[in-house]
Design a protein around this ligand. Sequence first.
Ligand code: G3H
Ligand code: 13P
Ligand code: ZN
Length: 326
Amino acid sequence: MADKKHYTELGLVNTKEMFKKAMADGYAIPAYNFNNMEQLQGITIGCVESKSPVILQCSGSARKYANATMLPFMATGAVKMARDMGSTIPISLHLDHGDSFELAKSCIDSGFSSVMIDGSHHPFEENAALTRQVVDYAHEREVTVEGELGVLAGVEDEVSHEASHYTKPEEVETFVEKTGVDSLAVSIGTSHGAFKFKVKPGEEIPPLRFDILEEIERRVPGFPIVLHGASSVEPEYVKMINAFGGKMDDAVGIPVEQLRRAAQSAVCKINIDSDGRLAMTAMIREVFAENPSEFDPRKYLGPAREELIKMVKYKNEHVLGSAGQA
Ligand code: G3H
Ligand code: 13P
Ligand code: ZN
């Protein structure tokens, strides 16, 4: 059982101020997924070097992988490392795709500053009731909560979906009012993972449904919206992976232009997991292909971490617009 502690003891902040500033100034906060030390260092250093606020997020299974007791110490270690580098960037620790009140409560009690409760696969009323239960517990402790309405295509942790169901803008206002959530993940055409669309040769990637996003903004003006499944699946990394023994031929993501447009809208938080995985995997494959006898983890995880730093800085500067905002 993880020790009980409040996130403020760990030097973390909730997402309230981050979102307020992002909304006012037209950029999005990066939420990068992690489950190990090199990812955590890469993300934190990338955000320190680009002066960006950051949400460090992990799913329930990532928390299990990293160890629930160890995880808050890792996060506070990241904060201390940032401060040692002379940085004051705000850092949140967020549960990604929490699927039960018990998991959200356990994260809050162990030092998370923000949680997602994803009841999107439940009928509206059940989703709202579950979300309200988490909000009540979280807000008493000044922890922020993200909900979800609408279902993304692809795999969300252990819940898989055949097809996406776009968010119904007419439900958003009632959901926000009923639940008291601080932000809301919506479904406008993104999906999780590195294979987001099946595109035949000569076909275009289907554009995101900005019409739905605009209608949501009209109904809840100034309310923070979250975009999941927002990796761009950089062709450069896919090429490297395939060139050095991998097999990811049909990998495709969200075009960067569309992400930029989303970041300037009511979208205040953009979730990126697959892109970090691809950057590290591409570099690890290159090291192994060029040095088949290498077996010191520092020799392949080190370059992978460097590549992740590069990727995070690029995203913050050129896609999310969060660079220089902290
Ligand atoms: O949306 C899901 C995230 O990419 C987390 O993935 O469940 O493999 O940790 P995971
Ligand atoms: P990607 O798979 O596109 O990186 O999405 C990650 C995500 O939404 C995490 O919640
Ligand atoms: Zn997600």
